[in-house]
Design a protein around this ligand. Structure first.
Ligand code: SAH
Ligand code: SF4
Ligand code: F3S
Length: 457
């Protein structure tokens, strides 16, 4: 079933001067989807606004990964309800849409908790928004669509692509088949699906033409990417590197079990691939990894780290950790600290375990006390922070390519990203925005590096 986009609707919304406001929560996949929903609204004649009070169409693209993420939605919806009521008093209608992972997980429950909501649409169904907008009364669309949403979405308009910035995300893979015991993603995003390589490359080429030069290929398990012709992530990255205008490539997020030889070799062979690998490990205890259903142990993780380092000695690793998974003992936690010491991360996220309804770990009897989680989290955070600072310090005196993407706080200054994702600011002419510049790092600040322009490249 598909709902082709109607040009009449575009004319109608455009003629009425209607505006769309989209707010994204959660991961990069949601950032990408939010962009595509905005594009879709633009093809329907809406124009974009950053002011919710001006919006005829309000979309919250939501995240369900931790309890706090999901709860944030309801406080946002409470505020949106007031805006909607104030607009109604002025005779203006507002459609309120909840999209994304909370929509998928909670469906109709959202309408019960907040009656101001008009549309609830899951992450696999948002290409149907134009039809849903035409429906009367509240609607919920969270069946996993059989058709491919990317095929149904109209290509973004020229205007939408222009000015999108120099760094772009492109979703290449969606969904997850791994079923880690703590995680909602397999339920909210469905099974692993890869987009055809030629469609992805065409999208990158179009974004490059519009001014982007750094591309992050994203997926819930991006290194599980394999399209119907058998093209894997390493081959996709190699083809992307050959496209005109592509200066730097990244990919995120990877699962240790999908790190194959070809992808490791790409870190040695693909000169445009940034020397970074985000490889979540979650825990340094084999017992906890087993309970989490991660399907690899500490030794296997460290072996991947060693192999990637051999392929690319200057690689920087980052990771995700969960503190306080049910059953985690002091000894398990110490093993996590030991793993962090053994690897040495450029940065990493430490999350406090959050029990998610419907996941296997939610019913585990041995939940860890909140105060214990708090204390362990503080210890892990301190260790990760010291590693991050050490990594940043070690870049002083190094030269590398920085892609500037915006003006800095002080006149004559630009801000960009190092190959390692660090924010770098340096004195440089505004024309350098969107270009790769050679920069020498001269100093570090708490959250950025100060650089000196060496030469243009
Ligand atoms: N697909 C990726 C990441 C998905 S979610 C992967 O496999 O690594 C991003 C991170 O959120 C996870 O790596 C995990 O560290 C964290 N996370 C997921 N569920 C969580 C939960 N219930 N409580 C706390 N953190 C969680
Ligand atoms: Fe969640 Fe695990 Fe899948 Fe990552 S691999 S999305 S943590 S179930
Ligand atoms: Fe959140 Fe869904 Fe992404 S739960 S992290 S928005 S896949």
């Amino acid at each position: 079933m598909s709902h082709p986009v109607s040009p009449d609707a575009a004319d109608a919304a455009g003629a009425r001067g209607e505006r769309v406001f989209v707010k994204s929560f959660g991961c990069q996949m949601n950032v990408y989807d939010s962009q595509r929903m905005t594009d879709l609204a633009l093809t329907q004649g809406y124009s974009e606004t950053a002011d919710i009070a001006e919006a005829d169409l309000v979309v919250f693209n939501t995240c369900h990964i931790r309890e706090r993420a999901a709860e944030k939605l309801y406080s946002e919806l409470g505020k949106a309800r007031e805006v909607k009521q104030a607009r109604a008093a002025e005779g203006k209608a507002t459609k309120l849409v909840v999209a994304g992972c909370v929509a998928q997980a909670e469906g109709r429950e959202i309408l019960r908790r907040q009656s101001a909501v008009d549309i609830v649409v899951g992450p696999q169904n948002y290409h149907r928004l134009p039809a849903l907008l035409r429906a009367r009364g509240a609607v919920v669309d969270t069946d996993f669509a059989v058709e491919d949403k990317f095929e149904q979405l109209p290509p973004p308009t020229e205007a939408a692509t222009r000015g999108r910035g120099v760094s772009a995300f492109v979703t290449v893979q969606e969904g997850c088949d791994k079923f880690c015991a703590f995680c909602v993603v397999p339920y909210t995003r469905g099974a692993e699906v890869s987009r055809p390589a030629d469609k992805i490359l065409a999208e990158i080429a179009r974004l490059a033409e519009a001014g982007a030069c750094e591309f992050t290929l994203i997926g819930q398990n991006v290194n599980a990417y394999r399209d119907e012709d058998g093209i894997g992530l390493a081959a996709l990255l190699s083809r992307a590197a050959d496209l005109p205008g592509v200066a730097r490539l990244r990919y995120s997020t990877s699962h240790p079990n999908d790190m194959d030889e070809a992808l490791i070799a790409a870190h040695a062979e693909n000169p445009k691939l940034a020397p970074c690998l985000h490889l979540p490990v979650q825990s340094g205890s084999n017992r906890i990894l087993r309970a989490m259903n991660r399907r690899h142990d500490v030794a296997a993780y460290l072996d991947i780290i060693a192999r990637v380092r051999r392929a690319r000695p200057d690689i920087a690793f980052s990771s995700d950790f969960i503190v306080g998974f049910p059953g985690e003992t002091e000894a398990d936690f110490e093993a996590t600290l030991a793993l962090v010491e053994a690897v040495g991360f450029a940065f990493a996220y430490a999350f406090k375990y959050s029990s998610r309804p419907g996941t296997p770990a939610a019913d585990a009897p041995d939940q860890v006390a909140a105060a214990v989680i708090e204390a362990r989290h503080a210890r892990l955070f301190a260790l990760l922070e010291s590693q991050r600072q050490a990594f940043n310090r070690a870049t002083v005196g190094r030269r590398f390519g920085v892609i500037f993407d915006k003006p800095g706080r002080h006149p004559g200054q630009l801000i960009g990203r190092s190959p390692y994702m660090q924010a770098v600011h340096a004195e440089a002419a505004a024309e350098r925005i969107g270009l790769m510049s050679q920069v020498e790092i001269v100093d570090i600040r708490p959250n950025s590096l100060r650089g000196r322009l060496v030469e243009a490249s």
